[in-house]
Design a protein around this ligand. Sequence first.
Ligand SMILES: [Zn+2]
Length: 294
Amino acid sequence: MTDKRKQSQSKAQSKAKVVVKKKTQKEVNATLKHTKFNPEIHTLHKHFQDFIEKDLDDESRFVCKACKEAKKSFYSGYYDNLADHLQTSTHNNVVLALNRSEEIQDAVKEFVEFRGRKSKKKVIKADKTTLDKLRIEVTAFMLDHQLPFIIAPSLIEFTQDILKKYGDSAIQELSMSNVTASQITRQTICKALQDSIFEDMQNSFFALSIDECSDKYGPSYLCVHTRYIKDEKIQNKLLSLNEIKESSTGEDIFEIIINETFQNKEYLLQKNLIGICIDMGPNMLTTKGKELFK
Ligand SMILES: [Zn+2]
């Protein structure tokens, strides 16, 4: 390698170094990320229209025409600090001379609200590949849990709703067992649904269909359906499903209906019950059943 070539090589290297340095500086600047001046603020309040404009040398800065004309030192600043500028005593005194100081608070309020709205709207758009992957995951989840595909739209809507309502961190922290879920169902959701059915039964004659059923895990349940009229339509509702603990004689069934299904609401039986539908099971045919009508 000749000396000349060596020299030009080292020159090129140092040049390259300079370029790298410049880039890093740019990156540093990028991390400081100032919001760009948004000309939409001119539609918010006359104060912005008359006094505030974009700094033509830096898109993230503003120029306050009023302060500039009054030859104040701080007539310019970052758009992010615009509200602060409006509230400085300098700006206040400058616009006071123009009889415009009273509108400052309104302008600041509009500006703060506007920025709040903007930041909420800032949603990073998902690309097509991500959305396709997400669809595959949702489908796999439904397959895994043997959920019918018809629930896909509701499942997605529900996910979007709770994400909006409770936010990312609450959902990340959430844990729930099947025991908790069934407790909530029994104590809260069931109760509310049942109360609304009882309310309807206050206002209409009703009939009960009663039968024993069992699930694949063994226990048997007493299932009570009610039929009544609401808004001129026949309503068919499941009123209760109670486990039959030991025996299932006619008396046990009677006790469950009185003490569990109609707990504290036995008077409804006397008031509005007009019929009971049962199968021909011997325990259903007991004379005790007749006591429901007494
Ligand atoms: Zn100003």
